[in-house]
Design a protein around this ligand. Structure first.
Ligand code: ZN
Length: 165
């Protein structure tokens, strides 16, 4: 088995309480904790090394965030109205927009009516020309939510919002 604090392979483990966390650790790490059985009321102040090791432990025990990495950007559902509204805000016709994008007017018309999903290239051109966002990060179910993850700019829950029907 593995020491829960330093990650060393050990054959014999000690059950201790470190910073209020019950752990099974090697004899060396056990020095930093209080043996579960003999838990004192007065706990020693946190030692920097313990903090460090606990942080490392947290990282080891955090499931790999595969969903966040796999998160793909998808065309938004209301792309048609976004394009239409942005174009009318600019005060240009479908034909003018088509010319700017080097596309046919029928293409723009179809996109704006929602009967044609713009391809990757057209999405980029529309976004750039109209200054709008047509792709958003989509996601599946939250299955690997880690309670250990308390910080960071984005959590799985933020990245993954099921859009399934
Ligand atoms: Zn250890």
């Amino acid at each position: 088995m593995v020491c829960e604090l330093c990650g060393k392979d050990i054959t014999f483990c000690k059950k201790v309480v470190i910073e209020g966390v019950p752990l099974e650790v090697c004899t060396e790490c056990a020095k930093f904790g209080i043996e579960a059985e003999k838990r004192r009321t007065e706990e020693p102040g946190p030692k920097p090394v313990v903090k460090q090791r606990l942080e490392r432990r947290e990282k080891r025990f955090t499931p790999r965030d595969v969903y966040a990495e796999a998160g793909t950007e998808e065309l938004v559902d209301d792309y048609a109205s976004r394009v239409r509204n942005a174009r009318s805000r600019k005060g240009i016709t479908q034909k003018e927009l088509a010319m700017k994008l080097n596309e046919k007017q029928t293409i723009i018309s179809k996109v704006e009516s929602g009967s044609m999903r713009p391809d990757e290239k057209l999405i980029r051109k529309l976004q750039k020309e109209l200054g709008i966002i047509l792709k958003e990060r989509s996601a599946g179910e939250v299955t690997a939510q880690s309670t250990a993850t308390t910080s960071g700019p984005l959590t799985l829950a933020d990245l993954i919002k099921a859009k399934k029907d």
